[in-house]
Design a protein around this ligand. Structure first.
Ligand SMILES: Cc1cc2nc3c(=O)[nH]c(=O)nc-3n(C[C@H](O)[C@H](O)[C@H](O)COP(=O)(O)O)c2cc1C
Length: 187
């Protein structure tokens, strides 16, 4: 039996009733079937990026986040779409973690998914995120793209996913991420 992959889930919404956090919890529950374990990063306590703070030394919350990224076999970004892009909290977390020395994203496999009440399920935000990941030398999974539209109809008031095809799709994406991660590790 192979060791489960250690995947770090990074959610771009801090909202209690977040659809994206709910989607990440679904992925977390499905992860063992794909041979992985998903830990969810806590980015709520990161300060706003300030170069003066960094030069004094990374804040402890940032250090912890950077360590989690470093230790992960793969990353799973789950992002809302804000004004056709990624939310500031996610960009802030990425910006903090990306700073030298030894930025921890380089070479990591990653998958992206997102949920929105809108029709196209964070597609624009996901493509902005892919652009950011290019600079960080992350290796994003191309397909399947998990863009959960009409999220208010797919999750109930308790944040439970009530749309089985979406659950199956998330499971397929996790299986593809596991294969991609093992493929890159062999390369
Ligand atoms: C500042 C802001 C901008 C938004 N812009 C978009 C957008 O461009 N596209 C979209 O589909 N939804 C947009 N929304 C709606 C979000 O998709 C919706 O609030 C969603 O529930 C956020 O994700 P969450 O449930 O994980 O918090 C926006 C919401 C906020 C607060």
């Amino acid at each position: 039996m192979t060791t489960p992959l250690n995947v770090l889930g990074i959610c771009g919404s801090l909202r209690q009733a977040s659809y994206n956090a709910a989607a990440l919890r679904v992925a977390q529950a499905l992860a063992p079937d794909a041979g992985m374990r998903i830990t969810i990063a806590d980015i709520a306590d990161l300060p706003l990026y300030n170069e003066d703070l960094r030069t004094e030394g990374f804040p402890a919350t940032v250090e912890r986040f950077r360590e989690q990224i470093r230790a992960a076999d793969a990353l799973l970004f789950v992002t809302p779409e804000y004004n056709y892009s990624i939310p500031g909290v996610l960009k802030n977390a990425i910006d903090w973690a990306s700073r030298p020395p030894e930025q921890p994203f380089a070479g990591k496999p990653a998958a992206i998914m997102g949920a929105s009440p809108g029709a196209i399920g964070t597609a624009r935000a996901q493509y902005h995120l892919r652009q950011v990941l290019v600079f960080l030398d992350v290796h994003p999974l191309n397909k399947p793209e998990v863009m959960i539209g009409a999220a208010h109809e797919r999750f109930d008031a308790q944040g439970q996913l009530i749309h089985e095809p979406t659950r199956e799709f998330i499971g397929k994406m996790l299986a593809a991420l596991a294969a991609w991660t093992r493929q890159l590790a062999r390369a």
